[in-house]
Design a protein around this ligand. Structure first.
Ligand SMILES: C[S@@+](CC[C@H](N)C(=O)[O-])C[C@H]1O[C@@H](n2cnc3c(N)ncnc32)[C@H](O)[C@@H]1O
Length: 155
């Protein structure tokens, strides 16, 4: 299974890459996590949020083949325990599709993408900054995998 994280926002500081890679590198090939950055939509002086979010959504759509299983990361999505995440990931493995995790930009995900997603996953009721979302995702995916294979890390 390939998990693709499509994240709006580029040029993360080195500590973010380091944090993500700490966990990403531990994942096996059949549970791999790839990160693809999506450039921010244009936000001028008279910022048109809907337009910028629409541009970001279009850039995301261009990266999709159309047969992926889409999970939108949303503050108001459903909270999953690590056990539930592991169950979800176990089901993902049966689907035979790429899993795409969608992380929005400063104004969140475009509603068209939220509507298209198969699931909406909330990491916390707090609005988290983009760098922490990436690191938490990588760590929780690693933790879920260790749970599935019975590795002691998950305790
Ligand atoms: C800085 S947040 C943008 C917040 C934006 N105001 C909103 O309401 O979505 C950027 C992205 O990080 C992700 N994100 C932030 N906090 C999250 C959380 N608690 N759970 C899941 N995803 C989160 C979402 O994908 C969000 O679109």
């Amino acid at each position: 299974m390939k998990i693709r994280l499509l994240a709006v926002g580029t040029k993360m500081p080195a500590w973010v890459e380091e944090g993500v890679d700490t966990y990403r590198k531990r994942l096996p090939r059949d549970f791999s996590l790839e990160i693809e950055e999506i450039p921010l939509g244009q936000r001028g002086k008279n910022a048109n949020v809907a337009k910028a979010r629409g541009q970001e959504a279009e850039r995301i759509r261009q990266k999709l083949k159309g047969d992926e299983y889409l999970v939108a990361l949303e503050v108001k999505g459903k909270a999953w325990s690590t056990q539930v995440l592991a169950q979800e990931a176990d089901q993902w493995r049966m689907l035979g599709k790429d899993i795409v995790l969608l992380v929005g930009g400063p104004d969140g995900l475009d509603p068209s993408l939220s509507a298209k997603a198969d699931k909406a996953w909330s990491l916390s009721p707090l609005t988290l900054p983009h760098p922490l979302v990436r690191i938490m995702l990588a760590e929780q995916l690693y933790r879920a995998w260790t749970l599935l294979v019975g590795h002691p890390y998950h305790r």
